[in-house]
Ligand binder design. Structure first.
Ligand code: C5P
Length: 220
């Protein structure tokens, strides 16, 4: 391993939320702050990697030394990733991608009417991480799972289903960790093992997680 365990490797990281337009002034999104993905990007730069950070809208500066690609929607994130994936050695899906988007974006602002109900029809977004892992020559893939219950079962299910090399799960039902917090704890699973990284700040956690990724990448 040594001090720069990702020296010379290309790492791509998705981070933050996506925004799915409903009309010119409204969107669907979620509470992702992007902090974990940005911490991973910084830690990957420190570890010697060439880092591409594909990020949804967040209020964070790009870590020094990484290339940031800013996008809004899941489809734009999918395109940005697909265009740049060829030389990637390690792909980390840390973004909180909207699973669904409005089936159409209204051209004009939706007006309030006398009706008490308004129905939005949603359609499924592409699974960015799943599509990367399904490539004929996929990079090493690390996914995240935010669960509120049965963390281990759901995470391991995702590992197998999406054909990932590794998955990091956080229990978002616990206060003080996960979304928007500066602290986090992770349970990490791969095909033949698991480990837990106890609660610490996200940069420290990112460094530990990348050491694990570097070790497993080299075994592969
Ligand atoms: O299936 P689920 O959304 O729980 O999986 C979470 C993992 O998949 C995360 O790593 C997330 O970044 C990634 N993901 C993705 N594209 C989606 C949905 C999730 O890359 N449309």
């Amino acid at each position: 391993a040594g001090k720069r365990p990702l020296q010379g490797l290309c790492v791509m990281i998705t981070a933050g939320p996506t925004r799915e337009a409903i009309d010119p002034v409204r969107y669907l999104s979620n509470h992702s702050s992007g902090k974990m993905g940005y911490a991973l990007a910084q830690a990957a730069v420190e570890a010697g990697a060439k880092v591409t950070l594909v990020s949804g809208p967040v209020s964070l500066d790009a870590p020094l030394g990484c290339e940031r690609v800013l996008i809004q929607t899941a489809q734009q994130m999918h395109n940005a990733v697909t265009e740049r994936i060829a030389k990637t050695d390690i792909f980390i899906g840390c973004a909180a991608v909207s699973d669904y988007r409005p089936s159409l974006c209204e051209e004009q602002k939706i007006k309030k009417t006398d009706k008490d109900k308004l129905t939005l029809t949603l359609v499924k977004n592409p699974d960015i991480l799943g599509d990367v892992a399904a490539l004929s020559h996929p990079p090493f893939t690390l996914g995240f799972a935010a669960e509120t219950q049965q963390v281990k079962q759901y995470a391991q299910h995702k590992l197998v289903n999406k054909k990932l090399d590794m998955i990091a799960a956080n229990d978002v039902s616990k206060q003080n960790i996960g979304f928007n917090s500066d602290m986090n704890a992770l349970n990490v699973y791969w095909a033949t093992g698991e480990t837990s990284l106890p609660i610490t700040d996200k940069l420290n956690l990112a460094r530990q997680l990348l050491e694990l990724v570097a070790a497993k990448y080299k075994e592969k």
